[in-house]
Design a protein around this ligand. Structure first.
Ligand code: NAD
Length: 307
């Protein structure tokens, strides 16, 4: 089987490429524009593999995408602008890559008659939830420009299933952490700041809750979806590990052996969702379950960033 992985030089995509090459016999093509968020170093150890080709390019490039998709049986679309704060500063690249780029990929997949199109969506498309968990049938209620564009892509992909019969599957995962994440994101940023004795800027009062999944667990869930998931379905991918941002911050401080005096509460993010949480019954029925505890994942992440 030949899998086209877009955004495969980014955080989750690169971990997925490593997993595919280490644990399957699939051929893999990675397409990535190497924006500020992507890094070829994330693919170290894969670039010489016979089964892997890396292509630097943009998912909005119709000719390039048509060419690459025509060689693939499965497309997994990770490529996106992914940082909420940047989407608040300016939404244009988010609309362009996340929505229009997905449309280019979907059209190419339709023309090439691929076996499966997997759209990587996010728990943020549901918006916030005070209690309980979101299931896949809950309505989408994105509340920031990033999640609104991800919801647009999610709905567009599903519309290609219902309108054109394209075999689309969508995954919506919770917050990932682990190796190869860009240092602007919370856990790598706080780890490196804490190690250097720099302040840790916590939004608002730090009580916002996120569900943290170790990236390898999410990648294994995605492989399960490639192999066992059904076309036309949406699968939530979460760990059940809920933590307030201040708890994560204190765990990082403890792991690094730094002082809690480094914590600095700063003005809250505009439209900051209070809590996300997912019901994962549906993907667990495919035989997947998370393996990593938060503590094990954090230890592995500390080891990656700080050696
Ligand atoms: P990331 O920012 O680390 O990686 C995104 C990759 O996409 C980068 O390598 C970048 O170079 C590439 N890219 C951006 N625009 C492109 C374009 N126009 N053409 C080709 N490549 C382009 O993001 P991530 O954290 O790895 O997230 C991957 C996917 O998973 C995204 O779709 C994101 O919305 C989704 N997601 C992420 C999380 C999380 O916690 N990180 C949670 C749920 C869902």
């Amino acid at each position: 089987m030949h899998v086209l992985v877009t955004g495969g030089a980014g955080f989750i995509g690169s971990n997925f490429v490593h997993l595919l090459l280490n644990e399957t016999d699939y051929e893999v093509t990675t397409l990535d524009a190497l924006t500020y968020a992507g890094s070829i170093e994330n693919l170290d150890g894969t670039l010489d593999a016979d089964r892997h080709e890396f292509v630097e390019g943009d998912i909005r490039d119709v000719d390039l995408v048509s060419d690459l998709v025509s060689d693939a049986e499965v497309v997994v679309n990770f490529a996106a602008e992914s940082h909420v704060d940047r989407s608040i500063d300016g939404a244009e690249p988010f609309v362009s890559t996340n929505v229009q780029g997905t449309q280019v990929l979907l059209d190419a997949a339709l023309n090439a008659d691929v076996d499966r199109f997997i759209q990587i969506s996010t728990d943020e498309v549901y918006g916030e939830i005070a209690e309980g968990t979101f299931s896949e049938d809950d309505r989408l209620n994105p509340r920031n420009p990033y999640s609104a564009t991800k919801a647009g892509a999610d709905l567009l992909a599903r519309s290609y299933q219902t309108t054109h019969g394209l075999p689309v599957t969508v995954t919506r995962s919770s917050n990932n952490f682990g190796p190869r994440q860009h240092p602007e994101k919370l856990i790598p940023k706080f780890l490196t700041n804490a190690a250097q004795g720099e302040s840790l800027p916590v939004y608002g009062d730090g009580t916002n809750v996120r569900e943290w999944i170790y990236v390898e667990d999410n990648c294994r869930a995605l492989l399960t979806v490639v192999e066992e998931g059904k076309a036309g379905e949406v699968y939530n991918v979460g760990s059940g590990i809920e933590k307030q941002n201040i708890e994560v911050t204190k765990a990082i401080i403890q792991a690094v052996g730094a002082s809690e005096d480094l914590i600095e509460f700063v003005e809250d993010r505009a439209g900051h969702d209070q809590r996300y949480a997912l019901d994962t019954t549906k993907i667990e029925a495919l035989g997947w379950e998370p393996q990593w505890s938060f503590e094990e994942g954090l230890d592995a992440t500390v080891e990656y960033y700080l050696g």
